[in-house]
Design a protein around this ligand. Structure first.
Ligand code: NAI
Length: 327
């Protein structure tokens, strides 16, 4: 199948070419993101491959359909960026990579916790400048702290295992999961909010989780709580998070995802004017750590993503049943 790969980065090319050896798919790598204006670039291709910030809305799907595209493969797990109803209506098939090394994202969430807590990013810079003072680097023991997990799926469970290993008391909220591993206590969301010393978000973005964490939720939390979001930006109300940081309610914030990330992430904007006032405000807090959607970014995960995407294309080509098919 001829496939246009939107939002291509160097590593996409590297891993897709690696796993594609010997297969009959032909990739056209495009750096531009997909939207209704760029969809025309897929003309001549039967498939497209997209990532988290490509816009696969109704207008885009119509242009793609008119250009002859029949198959859409997502090289990610979340599919909130795709209008599935419209895809169904246009008889286009959509596949995703539901799981690729959940440990990669879980470990990144833990890296954010450790950095915010023990301030290794500050210590690194200090020592390089010959500043060996420990002033303002004080952290806390994770041992015996209460860790709350929102969304007990693959990543949530992988995260919970690591926190359990640190000696944390782990609780989780998930409206669908009925049974959890013995070291995880399933609790109501209100309880998780009020009892946890640190909270990590691992649920998908949908109509129920949009701005799930807002001022009302911050009011329920302990003073000085740590919040980590490696899931999707819009689960957190950014305005309310900034207010919670300003009043000291939120003691630490680690985000790998951001509501308006589509305009910022996966690009080098170091020489550009950043107009997004909210991210600039977040960047001004010393207790906020922002990474640009790199939770998934390990060699193991990139290989799995490329292999599963290729399998999805094979199955689409051969009309084979596939559990990764969304429609
Ligand atoms: P999963 O589908 O295995 O688990 C999601 C869990 O969330 C499920 O157990 C589900 O029951 C639960 N859930 C659904 N609605 C909920 C709600 N309202 N409140 C609490 N829990 C709810 O998904 P997985 O693989 O664990 O991924 C979770 C999310 O992580 C993805 O949806 C994606 O947004 C994000 N992600 C981020 C990456 C990154 O690089 N930062 C990479 C991969 C995924």
């Amino acid at each position: 199948m001829k496939v246009a790969v939107f939002s291509t980065q160097s590593y996409d090319k590297q891993f897709f070419n690696l796993v594609n050896r010997g297969s009959n798919h032909e990739f056209t790598f495009l750096e531009v993101a997909l939207n209704a204006d760029t969809a025309i670039l897929a003309t001549g291709c039967q498939g497209i491959c997209v990532f988290v910030n490509d816009k696969v809305d109704a207008r885009t799907l119509e242009v793609l359909c008119q250009s002859g595209v029949k198959t859409i493969v997502l090289r990610c797990a979340g599919f909130n960026q795709v209008d599935l109803e419209k895809a169904k209506e246009l008889k286009m098939s959509v596949y995703r990579v539901p799981s690729y090394s959940p440990e990669a994202v879980a470990e990144h969430a833990v890296a954010m916790i450790m950095t915010l807590n023990r301030k290794t990013h500050k210590a690194y810079n200090r020592v390089r400048e010959g500043n060996f003072s420990l002033e303002r680097l004080i952290g806390f023991n994770l041992h015996d702290k209460k860790a709350g997990v929102i969304g007990l799926g693959q990543i949530g469970v992988a995260f919970a295992k690591i926190m359990h290993g640190f000696g944390c008391e782990v609780s989780a909220y998930d409206p669908i999961v009925e049974k959890a591993p013995s070291f995880i206590k399933l609790v109501a969301l209100d309880t998780l909010m009020s009892d946890s010393d640190l909270i990590s978000v691992h649920c998908p973005l949908n109509e129920h989780t949009h701005h799930l964490i807002d001022q009302k939720r911050f009011d329920q939390m302990k003073d000085g709580v740590m919040l980590i979001n490696t899931s999707r930006g819009a689960i957190l109300n950014t305005h309310d998070a900034i207010e919670a940081l300003k009043r000291g309610k939120l003691g630490y914030l680690g985000i790998d995802v951001y509501e308006q990330e589509a305009q910022l992430f996966f690009r080098d904007l170091s020489e550009s004017l950043i107009e997004d006032e909210q991210i600039l405000r977040l960047m001004s807090f010393s207790n906020v750590l922002i990474t640009a959607h790199q939770g998934f970014f390990t060699t193991e995960a990139l290989i799995e993503i490329a292999q599963t995407t290729l399998q999805n294309l094979n199955d689409a080509d051969n009309d084979q049943p596939n559990a990764n098919k969304l429609c």
